[in-house]
Design a protein around this ligand. Structure first.
Ligand code: MGD
Ligand code: MGD
Ligand code: MO
Length: 671
């Protein structure tokens, strides 16, 4: 990004025309970043709570006073309850490598409970890894030469806009563009074909495609022989998934399944881009694993212009131990899954007594948030929140710490959607009395009297330690080389087959049959498994007949940007999309306030009656701060803490609810 600063203000944020991926384009969330940086919700100095928890009433204090309060709690909680009663909850507010990961050093040094950070990618990565072995894939720029592009469970117009340029180029040359998604999102709306699948049934569709490819001999036997494992077993499994049976499961016409399979089998260069959306289901990892088998059947990876991509995260083999320093832990401690923060704060024994939230907003983005709010309201819980703005979570803080924006500090950033890493320098002077995440924990370490050198190193020192310029993927990527500020590429083929020399699985092949899954006592073959909570469960749907999905919004970045005046205005108002039939049954009209509810919780929003969704599936694009929804409750009140099939991820989209009209239940004047 190029940022123009005038005095102390951000004048503009633009894409860097010389950047190999963005080529001068940045998303609307960032071009209007000043609206976030200058938001009325910004916090400029440390604060101490003066009102009841959750009310957001604070008084300014100094960093020294804040440190005294926090350190006193660290000492007394450790003494009385053991240091595992301390829990850090840190996540993706900043993607800077030092400020995101190195802060764990401090929590290791005080021997706090560890956090399993699996809310985002872990279930998708586990599924992909089972088939492919490492989270790398075909460079997305190769899509430019594809003749069939399938986006599967990814709303790229909103979440990965840079690939849309490649897609436009391919389409100009005649490529067909298909989107597979339970609702017509922004991306599906411009596709040649939108396959409106029933949520959670994608593995069945992928197996039906395999069925047709095999039956109609549209497979690449030479590729299968050289590069894959378990074809005979897969063939047998796929026999169970006839297009007729899968039509029932997925709600798609048989003709659509046949058309997609044949198009995939006959394409000169089919490119499959798998998204994270489908992985956010209780059967999500298996869905990703199953879809990832398809390129193996047709040899897509070696077809120029073809391939498959989920993410690039696997190339960044930093020395994680040097970055996070788990060796600083004096004794083994427990690990708490971030997806289950609600449980951790309300049910865990021994309890969490000190919660340190940094660069995260769990009250809004973490599942089963009614439990989290109950936890945050506990009188015996001491909560520290380090953020730029007064979020829904920050309102519950005992001590609130102000953070700068990424434009005010140096860090290093790597993508999980492409293969570049880059240093981002501070573009402007520090505003207010803020500390970065690393500066804050270093400061507290000093006040606690800790002496371990690793807690006081500079960001440059830390970064220098964790880079591995000798590793095959990160060859030549040194601190000095990154200093130029220019993006540096990891070593993955830019326009060829990343798996030319084999896959990264135990067998070195693309594994239709996975012995590592078999070793874990799991089904070694791809399969469709319907979830207990889902439209096929009649006992549950009798009470909660609607499937509820909450994918990200176009103008928010998770709950970041929820403070931006521009972003809120563009996003309009929070809504739930519901079909005319489902609305009519419930007497709901477009624009009504509705209540969405299940046994976990409830939230209120505006009804948007529309055919972009399908019968019995409703969609509320997420990211609105709960405090800005009518009724003050967010969509994650409804979502489950149950973990996905592999990878211990979050299953935001596996969620049954009911909907009712609620115009008279809400006093809108309050919001
Ligand atoms: N229902 C539903 N829920 C979801 C999702 C979904 O699709 N549906 N998506 C999930 C996904 S993929 C993810 S990754 C998670 C994201 O969850 P989080 O990582 O909690 O992301 P944000 O909500 O963006 O909160 C980040 C906070 O960090 C603050 N921040 C920014 N920069 C800094 C900094 O330098 N220092 C500090 N201290 N703070 C900073 C921002 O102001 C913001 O409040 O949400 C998940 N939640
Ligand atoms: N504008 C914007 N951009 C973002 C974010 C944001 O909040 N806003 N968040 C960022 C983050 S942290 C992440 S991880 C990425 C995620 O970005 P993506 O990979 O695009 O994933 P999601 O947006 O979670 O989901 C994409 C689509 O999956 C669909 N989906 C849900 N369940 C199923 C299913 O069972 N089958 C199929 N086929 N589709 C399904 C949803 O309807 C949605 O349209 O986006 C990043 N970019
Ligand atoms: Mo994410």
């Amino acid at each position: 990004m190029l940022v123009d600063i005038e005095g102390e203000r951000i004048k503009s944020v633009r894409g860097d025309p010389e950047h190999p991926v963005t080529r001068g384009a940045v998303c609307t969330k960032l071009t209007h970043y000043s609206s976030v940086a200058e938001s009325a919700d910004r916090i400029w100095s440390p604060q101490k709570r003066v009102g009841p928890k959750g009310r957001g009433e604070f008084t300014p204090i100094s960093w020294d006073e804040a440190a005294a309060l926090i350190c006193e709690q660290i000492v007394s909680v450790s003494k009385e309850f053991g240091s595992s009663a301390i829990l850090p909850y840190t996540y993706t507010g900043t993607m800077g490598i030092v400020n995101r990961y190195a802060i764990e050093r401090f929590f290791h040094a005080i021997n706090a409970s560890q956090l399993r950070r699996s809310i985002c990618v872990d279930s998708a990565y586990a599924g992909w890894t089972a088939t492919i072995g490492k989270v790398i894939g075909t460079d997305c720029s190769r899509m430019r030469d594809a003749d069939l592009i399938v986006l599967w469970g990814i709303n790229a117009m909103s979440t990965n806009m840079h690939i849309m340029t490649h897609i436009a180029q391919a389409r100009a040359k005649g490529a067909r563009f298909v989107v597979i998604d339970p609702y017509k999102n922004r991306t599906a709306a411009i596709a040649d074909l939108h396959i409106k699948i029933k949520p959670g049934t994608d593995a069945a569709l992928a197996l039906a495609i395999a069925h047709v490819l095999i039956e109609e001999n549209l497979i690449d036997l030479d590729y299968i022989e050289k590069y894959t494992l378990g074809f005979e077993e897969l063939k047998k499994r796929a026999e169970e998934y006839s297009p007729a049976r899968v039509a029932e499961i997925t709600g798609l016409p048989v003709s659509t399944i046949l058309d997609l399979a044949r198009a995939y089998g006959r394409a000169r260069a089919p490119f499959l881009r798998i998204g994270f959306g489908l992985s956010r289901n209780l059967n999500g990892a298996m869905m990703v694993r199953t879809v990832a088998c398809l390129p193996g059947l047709v040899g897509a990876f070696r077809k120029p212009g073809g391939g498959c991509f989920l993410a690039s995260g696997g190339v960044w083999d930093f020395d994680s131990d040097k970055l996070r320093r788990p060796d600083l832990m004096a004794a083994p401690t427990r690990t708490i899954n971030m997806v289950q923060l609600g449980q951790a704060l309300t049910e865990l024994d021994p309890p969490v007594k000190l919660l340190y939230v940094c660069a995260a907003n769990p009250a809004t983005v973490t599942p089963d948030s009614s439990k989290i709010l109950r936890g945050l309201a506990r009188a015996d819980l001491f909560t520290v929140v380090h953020d730029q703005v007064l979020t829904d979570t920050a309102r519950f803080a005992d001590v609130l710490l102000p953070a700068p924006t990424f434009l005010e500090y140096t860090d290093w950033y790597r993508s999980y959607g492409h293969y570049y890493i880059q240093k981002g320098g501070a573009a402007m002077a520090r505003q207010g009395d803020t500390k970065t995440n690393w500066e804050a924990v270093s400061f507290f370490a000093g006040k606690l009297g800790l002496t371990e050198k690793a807690l006081f190193e500079t960001p440059e020192e830390i970064m220098g330690q964790c880079l591995r310029p000798d590793s095959p993927f990160m060859r030549g990527i040194t601190l000095e080389a990154l200093d130029s500020g220019k993006p540096m590429r990891a070593h993955v083929s830019a326009d060829g087959d990343p798996f030319e020399h084999g896959f990264f699985t135990p067998s070195g092949k693309l594994e239709f049959f996975s012995s590592s899954l078999a070793d874990q006592g799991l089904d070694p073959l791809p399969a469709h498994v319907s979830t207990t909570e889902g439209l096929t469960n009649e006992a549950m749907t009798a009470r909660y007949p609607l499937h509820f999905m909450t994918p990200p919004s176009h103008f928010f970045l998770n709950a970041s940007c929820g403070s931006g005046a521009y972003h809120k205005k563009q996003q309009g108002r929070p809504t739930v999309k519901v079909t005319p039939e489902d609305a009519e049954i419930r007497g709901i009209k477009d624009g009504d306030i509705v209540r969405i509810y299940n046994d976990r919780g409830e939230c209120f929003t505006y009804a948007e009656v529309t055919d972009v969704v399908q019968p019995r599936v409703i969609v509320a694009e997420a990211g609105w701060w709960a405090s800005r929804m009518p009724g003050g409750k967010g969509v994650n009140q409804l979502t489950t803490e149950e973990l996905t099939d592999l990878g211990e991820g979050a299953a935001f989209h596996t969620c049954l609810v009911e909907l009712e009209i609620a115009n008279s239940q809400i006093n809108l004047a309050a919001f």
